[in-house]
Design a binder for this molecule. Structure first.
Ligand code: NAD
Length: 481
């Protein structure tokens, strides 16, 4: 065993983890390495019985975990973070295989996990005194019980651990269902946690969409923390309504970036490109519409195109690559649909080409592509491609571009770029989005609540406010005489 490691984990075998134990299944599936098209390791598909057993184990574990002092829960989360860190290399390698992300970006995501847990460990569950006179009234926050995390494939570790840390800190038990496209790192993370946490506190069951639906219907699950598409989010809410579960829904977006005429074009254009194309556009808060002031439209677009042409796309192992593949075939075909539609409608490809070329490696690679000034009602403006293709449009009138930015049923993120920060801030306050960035692309931080307006979600995660989404408020009224 290497120094600092608490146990030897096998990174070639994967199990569901129920009541502290590894469990296989008669039914298995496997992920595909999106950079090569190669099949990855078998993973078990959890049955209804597995789900029921996991919920029963969580229910059994809950009272003792709830009553464990918060300092002790924080200590155990700290041990989990340390233990995870000792396996950093193995998790980076596994993460590259399941997501296809270039190694340096995979490393940033994996190495950020201990910090994400550490941030939550620094939080306190509040207790608010409302009145302290002839009677005392205070609000305390108690855990909900058994929670479930239903996760997507684009950032499988951050989006799982970002649910686990606040849930466990506040005294809940958690069952994770990773995406069937990227189950590996979440399964291994939970396996690792069994060395540290009591059985039933943190469990993982792999499976397909039906398993997610069964979790939403389960009478003994108190909350679903869901990240994924808007369409699925609506199903999660509808199914959860039967048992009046709490839901937190982190859904898709169609973020706009407004570029004011006074920006430093050479500096800002490459940043805006990165905001659109990082992780090949497979980011919920990626920039998906770019509105450039008409006085600088041609120059700004030319800089964007020049920078886009320098971006290298390829397999995780080549250190120069900025972008990896699309994570799965279904999404690859969906993104290609935006290329086909833009080609059929005769839109101008300022960077990239109308026909997506096969990469020759069997991987789902797409060169980053900019569509120059498609109409407002085009598919590429109206929908979230979740891939490396982004439209630009000019604007002249500030009121009009604010209206254009807000003219969508989504409201996850938005950006405003301008040398006059006060002016940019005034615009930011008028945008209907959960996170607005001034002179930056969408860099979310665990210190702040992250959630969407409109159809981009219900509630939010992270930050102090995010903790409370794992709690029921309880008001205590003490009459002193
Ligand atoms: P998806 O909605 O297809 O799947 C997400 C998860 O839901 C998967 O685990 C899936 O198995 C499960 N699921 C599917 N049907 C279900 C059902 N009926 N009931 C319960 N669970 C079900 O999403 P995806 O394709 O994995 O992820 C991409 C989408 O996620 C994009 O739209 C993106 O914008 C969004 N996203 C949002 C955020 C955010 O925080 N707001 C972050 C990342 C991704």
């Amino acid at each position: 065993m290497s120094p600092g490691k608490v146990s030897n984990l096998n990174f070639e075998k994967f199990y569901n983890i129920i009541d502290g134990k590894q469990r296989g299944s008669d039914k298995i599936h496997h992920g595909i390495n999106p950079a090569s098209g190669q099949e990855l390791w078998d993973v078990p598909i959890a049955s209804e019985q597995d789900l029921n057993d996991a919920v029963a184990a969580a229910k059994k574990a809950f009272p003792a975990w709830r009553d464990t002092p918060i300092e002790k829960r924080k200590e155990l989360l700290g041990s989990l973070a340390e233990s995870f860190q000792s396996y950093s290399d193995e998790f980076i390698s596994l993460f590259c295989k399941e997501t296809g992300k270039p190694k340096k970006f995979a490393a940033m995501e994996v190495d950020g996990i201990p910090g994400l847990i550490g941030f939550h460990r620094a939080l306190e569950v509040p207790c608010e005194k409302i009145e302290d006179d002839e009677k005392t009234v205070y609000t305390e926050y108690s855990p909900l019980g058994v929670c479930a995390a239903i996760c997507p494939w684009n950032s499988p570790l951050v989006l799982s651990v970002g649910k686990v840390a606040p849930a466990l800190l506040t005294g809940n038990c958690m069952i994770i269902k990773p995406s069937p496209f990227t189950p590996y790192t979440a399964l291994k993370f939970v396996e690792l946690a069994q060395e540290i946490l009591p059985p039933g506190v943190l469990q993982v069951i792999g499976g397909n969409n039906e398993l997610g639906a069964s979790m939403c219907a389960h009478a003994d699950i108190a909350k679903i923390a869901f990240t994924g598409s808007i369409a699925t989010g609506k199903k999660v809410m509808a199914t959860s309504a039967a048992t009046l579960k709490r839901v937190t829904l982190e859904l898709g977006g169609n973020d706009a970036s407004i570029i004011l005429p006074d920006v430093d074009i050479k500096k800002v254009a490459p940043e805006v490109v990165m905001g659109a194309f990082r992780n090949s556009g497979q980011v919920c808060v990626a920039t998906k519409r770019i509105y450039i002031h008409s006085s600088i439209y041609s120059d700004f677009l030319a800089e964007m195109v020049a920078f886009t042409k320098t971006i290298k796309v390829g397999s995780p192992d080549d250190g120069d690559n900025m972008l990896g593949p699309i994570q799965n075939e279904m999404q690859y075909e969906r993104v290609k649909g935006f290329f086909a539609d833009s080609k059929a409608k005769g839109y101008k490809f300022a960077a990239g080409a109308p026909d997506v070329q096969a990469s020759g490696t069997g991987g789902y690679f797409i060169q980053p592509t900019i569509i120059d000034n498609p109409p407002n009602d085009s598919r590429i403006i109206q929908e979230e491609p979740f891939g490396p293709i982004v439209p630009t449009q000019p604007w002249d009138d500030l009121e009009e571009v604010i209206a254009r930015t807000n003219d969508t049923s989504t409201g996850l993120g938005a950006c405003v770029w301008g040398a006059d920060v006060e002016k940019a801030s005034q615009i930011a306050r008028r945008l209907e989005a959960g996170s607005v960035f001034i002179n930056s692309w969408e860099r979310i931080t665990p210190q702040a609540i992250f959630g969407g307006h409109k159809e981009s979600g219900i509630g939010g995660e992270w930050g102090k406010t995010g903790l409370l989404a794992y709690c029921n408020p309880r008001v205590i009224h003490v009459y002193k005489s």
